[in-house]
Design a protein around this ligand. Structure first.
Ligand code: SF4
Ligand code: SF4
Length: 241
């Protein structure tokens, strides 16, 4: 938990713009709205306070999940790396997860600058579960589920807030339309923003098997990021496309 030592604060206001959640408020002195704070520790790492008034203390579970999902310096126990997803989500595919006929779907919540309650993550997770999605076991959100078939998260973390969280799952190509339709419906019931990423192997004729589905749904594909499927494929047989 991050707090401000009220005996030290001189109300200089310097720290206020450094909080991405707008959780630092100034009355006679500065204080942190602990409901909105996601424990990212940017205010601490920025080291702008002239009197060193920020104090960081270990938070008990379930509040401790805030820092795990918000502070990029913390290594996840489940993934062994920093950040909110597995390595496949940020660099090269390393485990052969994305096989022909399947689409990897990533749902990234809370960015930019809004954050997300895990209750909203659950709303979308249960929607994709109904479409037959298989959640990635090493993903940090999956590890907070009490039931990976339904996508339900542990009750005690639902009101916790994080800077961001990522669902990672896999569906057969022929289930993608149903999954995206359910996600669009679920989006009407969440109080945050999220983006949807589809990861698929390029067919031998250089087409993408998901393009027809996206086109039929009126969704414009944007190549905002790329996962180099197959380049890190020590476990993948049959070569990469
Ligand atoms: S830990 Fe992050 S969210 Fe909390 S007050 Fe500091 S900058 Fe804001
Ligand atoms: S920078 Fe330090 S002294 Fe200034 S308002 Fe923030 S906590 Fe108080």
């Amino acid at each position: 938990m991050v707090r401000i030592d009220e005996d030290k604060c001189i109300a200089c206001e310097v720290c206020l713009p450094f909080c991405p959640m707008g959780a630092i408020h100034l009355n006679d002195i500065a204080s942190i709205d602990q409901e909105e704070c996601v424990e990212c520790a940017i205010c601490v790492r920025a080291a702008v306070c002239p009197v060193d008034a920020f104090v960081r203390e270990a938070a008990p579970y379930p509040r401790s999940v805030r820092a795990v999902f918000s502070d990029p310096t913390i290594v996840h126990e489940g993934t062994g790396i920093t950040g909110r997803g597995t390595e496949e989500m940020k660099t090269n595919e390393v485990t052969g997860r994305f096989k022909p006929g399947f689409v990897g779907v990533g749902l990234e919540f809370g960015r930019p600058g809004i954050g997300t309650r895990f209750r909203d993550v659950q709303t979308v997770a249960t929607a994709v579960a109904k479409a037959g999605a298989e959640f990635e076991p090493k993903n940090p959100v999956t590890q907070l589920m009490k039931d990976t078939k339904s996508g339900l998260l542990k009750d005690e973390i639902l009101d916790e807030k994080a800077m961001s969280a990522i669902i990672e799952c896999l569906v057969p190509v022929d289930k993608l339309k149903e999954l995206l339709t359910r996600v669009q419906e679920a989006a009407q019931h969440v109080d945050t923003v999220f983006s949807v990423e589809c990861i698929t192997r390029v067919a031998p004729d250089d087409t993408l098997p998901i393009d027809k589905i996206l086109s039929e749904m009126g969704i414009t594909r944007r190549i905002n990021g790329k996962t180099n499927v197959g380049l890190g494929r020590p476990l993948l047989e049959g070569g990469a496309n």
